[in-house]
Design a protein around this ligand. Structure first.
Ligand code: NIG
Ligand code: FE
Length: 412
C-alpha cells in the first residue's frame, strides 16, 4: 500500500472557506470566513487542513509554493445545465433579436424540438465529445462539479443515449458530472398519444433501466405552457419518487404553478422561477425545496431575472446556476452570470458566492464539496487578486488562474 503524502499549496493571500454558513436565508459579507496568507493541505483527493500557511508548513511532505497574490475559493458547482446537445440555435437567437418570443420560435420549427432532431441524429461518441468539450470549458472557468440533463432525446432509446454520453463524458473530463433524467422536457412531436401517455411510457420504458444501470438518481420535469401541466407532472413525480429518484421541477419559467407542485412533491429543488409570485416565494421559503435561479436564461431570452433578493429575504435557500443550453442560455459562464444577477438583485457577495459553492452543492445533495474544510474534496479555484471582492466586481472579467479537482491541478 502506498502512503499518500501531505501536500501543502499556498500561500494564498485570502482563502474563503464558505464554512459555517446557514443553508437558508440572507447572508452578510461579515459572515464569510476569510483566512489571510493561507494554505491548503491535501492528501490524495481530499483536504486534510486549511489554515495559516506557516502553521501548516511543519506538517507538509510536499510544498507547492505560489508567487504573487491569489484568492482561493471552493471549486464552483453549476447545479443546472443542459450541456449534452448537438446542433446550434443561433437562428433562434437571431429571431429573438428581431422580437420573436421563445414560444413563437418553438412553434415555428426552432426551440427544443430542433435540438432534439440534431441530438437524435448524433452518435454517442459525438455527444460525448461535445459534452466533454463544454465541461472542460466550465472547468477552466472554475466549475469543478456540473449537473447535466438529458432531455433532447425524448424517446427511451435516445434519452438513454444521452445519459450514456454524459456517463462517458464524466469518465473523460476533469470535472464531476451529475446526470439528471429530463425525459419529461416536452412531449415530442412524433409521439402520437397524450402527454400523460408519453410520461407513462417513460415511467415504463426508461426510468427503471436508468435506475438499474445507475445512469442517474435524479428525475426532472418541465412544468409550463408548451411543456407539461401540473396534473400530469404530479403523477409523473409521484411515480418517479416511488422508483427511488430525487425529483426536481423546472418551475415558473413563463407561467406559475411549478413551485406549488415542487413543494407538494417534496422536490429537491425548483429551478428557474422567473415568473414566481410573492405567494410562491413564501411557499418555497417555508419548505425544504432549494430555489435554483438561472440568470443565463434571462440574459439569453432578454427577460427579467428571478426574484433572488425576495427569495433570500423570505428565508429560502438560493442557488445560482448557468442553465447552459443551446436555446435559452447559450453563454455558459457561471461567475459572470452570478455577478450580474448580484448587481441587479442586490445580493451580497456572501450570498452570491454561497449560491455557486456550498448552497449549490446542497442543491445536488452533495455533502462532500462546496466548502474548504478537512474531509471535503480537494476542489478549489484560485483567482489572481489579493481581495476576494475583485472576483464579482470584475463581473466575470477576472478568470481563474489555477483550478484543482480532487487534489490535481487541472488548470495552470
Ligand atoms: O432551461 N425551457 C426549458 N428548458 C431549457 C431550455 C432548453 C432549450 O431551449 O433548449 C431551459 O431554459
Ligand atoms: Fe434549464
Amino acid at each position: 500500500m502506498t502512503v499518500k503524502k501531505l501536500t501543502l499549496t499556498g500561500p494564498f493571500r485570502q482563502l474563503l472557506t464558505l464554512d459555517n454558513l446557514p443553508l437558508k436565508g440572507p447572508l452578510h459579507d461579515e459572515q464569510l470566513e476569510v483566512i489571510e496568507n493561507a494554505g491548503i493541505l491535501t492528501k490524495g483527493d481530499h483536504i486534510e487542513a486549511v489554515g495559516p500557511f506557516r502553521e501548516l508548513q511543519v506538517l507538509a511532505g510536499d510544498v507547492i509554493s505560489l508567487e504573487g497574490d491569489w484568492v482561493v475559493l471552493p471549486g464552483l458547482t453549476d447545479a443546472h445545465t443542459h450541456i449534452c446537445w448537438a446542433g446550434s440555435r443561433a437562428r433562434d437567437y437571431a429571431l429573438r433579436l428581431q422580437g420573436k418570443s421563445y414560444l413563437d420560435i418553438a412553434q415555428q420549427g426552432g426551440g427544443i424540438w430542433s435540438t432534439v432532431t440534431h441530438t437524435r441524429n448524433a452518435g454517442v461518441e459525438e455527444l460525448t465529445a461535445l459534452t466533454v468539450n463544454r465541461a472542460e470549458r466550465l472547468l477552466h472557468l472554475g466549475t469543478t462539479t456540473i449537473e447535466v440533463k438529458s432531455g433532447y432525446g425524448l424517446t427511451a432509446e435516445a434519452e438513454q443515449k444521452m445519459l450514456d454520453a454524459i456517463h462517458e463524458a464524466n469518465g473523460i473530463t476533469g470535472a464531476d458530472l451529475i446526470p439528471t433524467c429530463l425525459a419529461a422536457h416536452i412531449k415530442p412531436r412524433d409521439f402520437s398519444g397524450s402527454a400523460r401517455e408519453y410520461l407513462d411510457s417513460m415511467l415504463r420504458e426508461l426510468l427503471p433501466s436508468v435506475k438499474s444501470r445507475k445512469l442517474s438518481n435524479r428525475v426532472e420535469i418541465y412544468v409550463d405552457e408548451g411543456a407539461f401541466d401540473t396534473a400530469d407532472a404530479r403523477h409523473y413525480l409521484h411515480a418517479a419518487k416511488g422508483l427511488g429518484f430525487d425529483v426536481v421541477v423546472h418551475a415558473d419559467q413563463f407561467t406559475r404553478g411549478g413551485v406549488q407542485l415542487a413543494v407538494e412533491a417534496g422536490a429537491l429543488s425548483a429551478d428557474h422561477l422567473e415568473a414566481t409570485t410573492d405567494q410562491d416565494i413564501r411557499l418555497i421559503a417555508d419548505s425544504s425545496v432549494i430555489a435554483v435561479v438561472l440568470p443565463g436564461a434571462s440574459m439569453g431570452l432578454g427577460v427579467g431575472f428571478a426574484p433572488a433578493r425576495k427569495l433570500l429575504d423570505a428565508g429560502a435557500s438560493l442557488t445560482i446556476a448557468s442553465d447552459w443550453n443551446p436555446g435559452s442560455a447559450p453563454m455558459g459562464n457561471l461567475i459572470m452570470q452570478a455577478a450580474v444577477l448580484g448587481i441587479f438583485e442586490k445580493l451580497t457577495m456572501a450570498e452570491t458566492l454561497a449560491a455557486i459553492t456550498c448552497r449549490a452543492a446542497t442543491a445536488l445533495r452533495l455533502s462532500d464539496r462546496g466548502i474548504l474544510r478537512p474531509g471535503m474534496l480537494a476542489d478549489f479555484v484560485a483567482f489572481p487578486c489579493g481581495d476576494y471582492r475583485e472576483i464579482l466586481y470584475s463581473q466575470g472579467g477576472l478568470l481563474p488562474g489555477m483550478v484543482w479537482k480532487k487534489g490535481e491541478r487541472v488548470k495552470n
